[in-house]
Design a protein around this ligand. Structure first.
Ligand code: NDP
Length: 476
C-alpha cells in the first residue's frame, strides 16, 4: 500500500483531478469501471507524477495507505450509490470516501449517515471549475467530519486554486454542507449569467450596437468593480465571429438555454427554507422560458413586434446606468445566495463561515471575481450581518446605482426588453427598504376568508375580526 489517495471514475473530471494530484507530488491510485480509461490515463500522462493503476476495485483499495482516502468521481445519482456499495465492504474503520460529483446535499446527508454506521467517513465535496479547474486548481468545498479534513485538508489545499497565497479550499461543515454550498454557488452562477445576458440585451437594444462593440464595453467593465471570470469570457464570446457564416457567433447560437439542474435544486431548497432568492429563481425560470419554443412562437405570432426602435439619447449615461444596474443586481443575487447559505447552515447545524466561503470562491470556480474579497471583508467584520446589502461597500454601490437601475428597468419595460433578473432584483431591494408593505392587506384577507388571525402594530398578541358578524375584534 503506497498511494496517499485514490480516484475512481476517470472520465474528464476524475482524470484531471487525478493528474492534478499527481502533478502536486501525491501518489495517486487510479481506477475506472472500464479499465481502458485507467490505461489511457497512465499511457498518456504517466510521466506527470506517480500513478498506481488498478483494474479491480479490490486492488485499487489495496493500494491505498491507511486511513484510506478514496475520491469517487462518477456520474451523480444511482452510479454514485452503486460505487459506494461496492467500496464499503472493501474498506475499514476510519477510511474516508470522498464524493466529488455533483450530488444533491440531501443524498450526501443520507450517504454520510449510512457510512457513519459502518465507521467510515463520507465527505461530500463540491468541486467547481469544470475540467480546466480540476486539472489546474479548482475551488473545493468539502463537507464531512472535521476528522476527515485533517487527512484531506493538506491534500486538497495543495491542489486547489490559490489566490494571494490562500487556497480556494476550506472545510465547510459536517455532512452535506459542502454540496449545499456548491449548489448555492451554482445558483449564483445562474444569476450572474442571466444578469450579464440582460445587460448585453439592453446594450444591444438601446444602443443598436454590434456584439463586437458590446464586447469592448464588457472588456472595459472588466477593468473595474465588475472584474470577474464571467465578464471576461463574455467579452470573448461576444467578440467571436462564426467561421461558417461570418456572422457574430452569438447570432448563430440557438437562443434556448439549457440546464443540468443545480439552479432548480437551489430554488427548491430556498423555497423549503423560506429564503427569497429571487435573482437565482428568475435566472432559472428565464432559462426555462427560453426553452419553451412552441409558446414563444405562438406569442410572437399573437403579439407581433410593433417595429418601434428604442433609441437611447445619451449613450454614455446609458452604458453607465446599465453597469450600475448590473452591479446592484449582482449584489442582490449574492446577498440572497449568502442568506440561503446561512439559513441552510442554521437548519442543518453546519456552522458555515460565510466570509470563509467567499474566500474559496475567489479562484478556481466559475463565479471567481474581485468582488468576493469585499464579501469576505463584510462577513468577517460582522458575521451576523442582516444582509450583505447594508455592508458599507455594498450599500455605497447599491445606493449610487439606484437612479440608473430604475432608469434602465423602466426604459426596458417601455421598450419591451425583458429584464427578469434586473427588475426582480430592484423589486427585492424596494421590498426590503419599504417603510410599510402591503403584506398587511394580505394578513387582513387571510383573516377575512380563513380566520388566520393577524398581529397589530400597537399591541402584542394575535387577533381576529369577526368578519361575518359584528366585526368586533377578538383576541385569538
Ligand atoms: P460523467 O458524469 O460523464 O460520468 C462518467 C464516469 O462515471 C465514468 O468514469 C463512468 O465509468 C462512471 N460510471 C457511470 N456509471 C457507473 C457505475 N454504475 N459504476 C461505476 N462507474 C460508473 O463524468 P464527468 O467526469 O463529467 O463528471 C464526474 C462527476 O463530476 C459528475 O458527478 C459530475 O456531475 C461532476 N462534475 C462535473 C463537472 C464538469 O464540468 N463536467 C464539474 C463539476 C462536477 P465508465 O468509464 O466505466 O463508463
Amino acid at each position: 500500500a503506497s498511494a496517499q489517495i485514490g480516484v475512481t471514475g476517470l472520465a474528464v473530471m476524475g482524470r484531471n483531478l487525478a493528474r492534478n494530484l499527481a502533478r502536486n507530488g501525491f501518489t495517486v491510485a487510479v481506477h475506472n469501471r472500464s479499465p481502458e480509461r485507467t490505461r489511457s490515463l497512465v499511457a498518456e500522462h504517466g510521466d506527470e507524477g506517480t500513478f498506481v493503476p488498478a483494474e479491480s476495485l479490490a486492488d485499487f483499495v489495496g493500494s491505498l495507505e491507511r486511513p484510506r482516502a478514496v475520491i469517487v468521481m462518477v456520474k451523480a445519482g444511482a452510479p454514485t450509490d452503486a460505487v459506494i456499495d461496492e467500496l464499503v465492504p472493501l474498506l475499514e474503520e476510519g477510511d474516508i470516501v470522498v464524493d466529488c460529483g455533483n450530488a444533491h446535499f440531501a443524498d450526501t446527508r443520507r450517504r454520510e449517515e449510512a457510512l457513519r454506521g459502518h465507521g467510515l467517513h463520507f465527505v461530500g465535496t463540491g468541486v467547481s471549475g469544470g475540467e480546466e479547474g480540476a486539472l489546474r486548481g479548482p475551488s473545493i468545498m468539502p463537507g464531512g467530519s472535521a476528522e476527515s479534513y485533517r487527512k484531506l485538508g493538506p491534500i486538497f489545499e495543495k491542489i486547489a486554486a490559490q489566490v494571494d497565497g490562500t487556497p480556494c479550499c476550506r472545510h465547510i461543515g459536517p455532512d452535506g454542507a459542502g454540496h449545499f454550498v456548491k449548489m448555492v454557488h451554482n445558483g449564483i452562477e445562474y444569476a450572474d449569467m442571466q444578469l450579464i445576458a440582460e445587460a448585453y440585451d439592453l446594450l444591444r437594444a438601446g444602443l443598436s450596437a454590434s456584439p463586437a462593440e458590446i464586447a469592448e464595453i464588457f472588456r472595459e467593465w472588466n477593468g473595474g468593480e465588475l472584474e470577474s471570470f464571467l465578464i471576461e469570457i463574455t467579452a470573448d464570446v461576444l467578440a467571436h465571429t462564426d467561421a461558417a457564416t461570418g456572422r457574430p457567433f452569438v447570432d448563430v447560437v440557438l437562443d434556448q438555454a439549457e440546464q443540468k439542474g443545480t439552479g432548480r435544486w437551489t430554488v427548491q431548497s430556498a423555497l423549503d427554507l423560506g429564503i427569497p432568492i429571487t435573482g437565482i429563481a428568475e435566472a432559472t425560470f428565464a432559462r426555462s422560458l427560453s426553452g419553451h419554443a412552441d409558446q414563444r412562437e405562438a406569442a410572437r405570432r399573437a403579439f407581433p413586434d410593433a417595429g418601434e426602435k428604442w433609441q437611447v439619447d445619451d449613450r454614455e449615461t446609458f452604458v453607465e446606468d446599465v453597469r450600475r444596474a448590473l452591479l446592484a443586481s449582482k449584489i442582490v443575487a449574492y446577498a440572497q445566495g449568502f442568506d440561503h447559505i446561512r439559513a441552510g447552515s442554521r437548519e442543518y447545524d453546519w456552522d458555515i463561515d460565510l466570509g470563509g466561503t467567499a474566500t474559496i470562491w475567489r479562484g478556481g470556480c466559475i463565479i471567481r471575481a474581485r468582488f468576493l474579497d469585499r464579501i469576505r471583508e463584510a462577513y468577517d467584520a460582522e458575521p451576523e450581518l442582516a444582509t450583505l446589502l447594508v455592508a458599507p461597500w455594498f450599500a455605497d454601490r447599491v445606493g449610487a446605482g439606484v437612479p440608473g437601475w430604475r432608469r434602465v428597468v423602466a426604459d426596458a419595460a417601455r421598450a419591451g426588453v425583458p429584464t427578469p433578473a434586473f427588475s426582480s432584483s430592484l423589486a427585492y431591494f424596494d421590498g426590503l427598504r419599504a417603510q410599510r408593505l402591503p403584506a398587511a392587506l394580505i394578513q387582513g384577507l387571510r383573516d377575512n376568508f380563513g380566520a388566520h388571525t393577524y398581529r397589530r402594530v400597537d399591541r402584542d398578541g394575535s387577533f381576529h375580526t369577526v368578519w361575518a358578524g359584528d366585526r368586533a375584534e377578538v383576541q385569538a
